[in-house]
Design a protein around this ligand. Structure first.
Ligand code: ZN
Length: 170
């Protein structure tokens, strides 16, 4: 396994849409190991999406220990039902220094595959559910900075010299 570097905003690869994983077994296991090892060396953090290590595939890691010692790997994850919306505070390894508060469901029923391709369902609660939603956003190229109110978003983009968004067609 290899610890990789975590992409930092405004790296354009963070905006790529992730594709479903279709190769199970060894390739999926190798990617899972890289995610865990990257969290171990690049953390502490309770979650990491494959997008953040430069692989735009639908695999995410949740580790409530923050250290990589209790890894949960979710392949091709999806939310079946959500409940109990509340305010959650989130951070992201790809956007150092940013803390964003926003609405998230604190209870989820999810479906996912493991590295061998078997399908599972389970219920996630609290920060585990929040983390899961955060990592799912990475698959769509959505980042915490997008959830800031406009003046703060502009300030953050300027600070990190994000390229100006393309003008929308007339
Ligand atoms: Zn993140």
């Amino acid at each position: 396994m290899t610890a990789r570097s975590v992409l930092s905003y405004p790296d354009p690869r963070l905006r790529e849409e992730a594709r479903p994983i279709t190769e199970f077994g060894e390739p999926a296991t190798a990617l899972a190991r890289d995610l865990i090892d990257t969290l171990r060396t690049g953390g502490p953090a309770i979650g990491l999406a494959a997008t953040q290590i430069g692989t735009p595939l639908r695999m995410l890691l949740v580790d409530m220990s923050g250290t990589g010692d209790t890894p949960e790997i979710y392949v091709n994850p999806e939310v079946l039902a959500e409940a109990q919306p509340g305010i959650a505070e989130e951070r992201c390894l790809s956007l150092p220094g940013l803390v964003v508060r926003g609405f998230r469901a604190s209870r989820l029923k999810v479906r996912f595959q493991d590295c061998e391709g078997a399908t599972h369902e389970r219920v996630l609660e609290g920060m585990q559910a929040v983390c899961f939603q955060h990592e799912l956003d990475h698959f769509e190229g959505k980042l915490l900075v997008d959830r800031l109110w406009l003046p703060r978003r502009l300030w953050y983009q300027r600070k990190h010299r994000a390229p100006a968004p393309a003008a929308s067609p007339a």
